[in-house]
Design a protein around this ligand. Sequence first.
Ligand code: AMP
Ligand code: MG
Length: 269
Amino acid sequence: MKNLARELIVTPDSKAKLSDIDPADTHGVNKAMGRERLERNCERLSVMQYLLYAEARRSLLVVLQGIDAGGKDGTIKHVMSGMNPQGVSVNAFKVPEGAEKRHDYLWRVHQAVPEYGKIGIFNRSHYEDVLVVRVHGLAPKSVWSKRYDQINDFERMLADNDVRIVKFLLYISKEEQAKRFRERLEDKSKNWKFSMADIKEREYWDQYMEAYEEMLRRCSTEKAPWYVIPANRKWFRNLAVSEIVLHTLEGMDLKFPKATVDLSGIQFE
Ligand code: AMP
Ligand code: MG
């Protein structure tokens, strides 16, 4: 099996051109192999999660971004399915409202950072504040353009305080998005997912791609790298994300903490 983490990472300070990436790429893996490997990864992830939870000193933050119908929900469902719900938190970030609107854009995000011992998944994130906000001019350029550096500072602070961060951009083609929208219209069980807003957003495809590229160029850092996941094939997307999350956890050298009492000679009836 290839090292997908190495193949899919956006190297810090690289030029990150999305048009150079094929969203249907499967990096030489075939579907049967991919499915089998995903199953094995989910088992390993469950073991690693148990270790992280037992150690309770560090956490892992998984950020998912992607265009509408890019597969963020599906990824969460398939990759996290083997995990113990007690050790996972999932936060979906929507249009800010209420108290969120009365604070700086990182306020709601910081509160959702997983506590030590846990894995936290962000379905959308603070990156919306340099994506949708930029594309629709929801804040002036003078405001959003400063956020790349602010985000890097914020993520560095988290990393220095034992929060590991991995970020995934699920990258599908415009045709694949159309196909998935059509499915949402045709399949009764998917009708609920359909929204007119998604059709409207589709008109801004090119602007989103530009905004993604700048995000990748400026915010893929050593401590909080971006990975671009070719996501037209759902099985490959799930496999790639599982490989990289697993690779990250395995690199953390997790260990069970020592028992808190001397266990030798303990007796009880
Ligand atoms: P969904 O993920 O499909 O439920 O949609 C959530 C919507 O909230 C998307 O259209 C996002 O672009 C939008 N959203 C998330 N965060 C922000 C933000 N900070 N500012 C404006 N819109 C946002
Ligand atoms: Mg949506």
